[in-house]
Ligand binder design. Sequence first.
Ligand code: IMP
Length: 201
Amino acid sequence: MRLYLATSNPHKIQELHALLAEAGLDIEVHTAEALGGMPEVVEDQDSFTGNALKKARALAALLPADGLALADDSGICAVALDHAPGVYSARYAGENASDLDNLYKLLDELDSVQDLDRAGYFACHLASVDASGEETVFVGECHGNIIRKPRGENGFGYDPVFVPLGHERTTAEMSQEEKAELSHRGIATRKFIAWLKERLM
Ligand code: IMP
């Protein structure tokens, strides 16, 4: 079986690759580049699952017969902001905003929120679509708190302001392996791997 990652985000590719490699599956893992590049997809759905399926379906249209497309739609949700930015995480500060612009927009929006009310969570919805059109979705969430000042150099996006429950360091202060143990992407990917193992048996 050949698995194709329906994303061009290098951070997601790196994290997914590492999680899949340690699972020791008998599959080839490719990026969308192997199919000519990730098709342009407008992420206009109002749910993570909707956007993930849209991305996976777009790449699935290009799959070989033994192929499986896997797309990740993810983001951070602040409870005090009615779960924003959610599906808009990648463009919270505007269409062409950088990760840093988005992070500071979140900190601005939360500025008047007390420390005890800064609960939030990362969500990752992975959609897999095979060449016959069969669709499956895997969900992972990582709950914690959104701090006031960025800390740490690892990871990407909102990692420097997110401290998982039961921890003191941000996910940007953790190694990729530590983050994968508890992250939304790690949880969703391990569900996908368990499903894939059954399917390959
Ligand atoms: P999308 O799934 O491409 O729509 O964008 C997801 C956005 O959510 C990213 O651009 C990041 O800003 C944020 N995000 C998703 N996963 C993570 C993570 O593991 N750490 C930090 N930020 C994340």
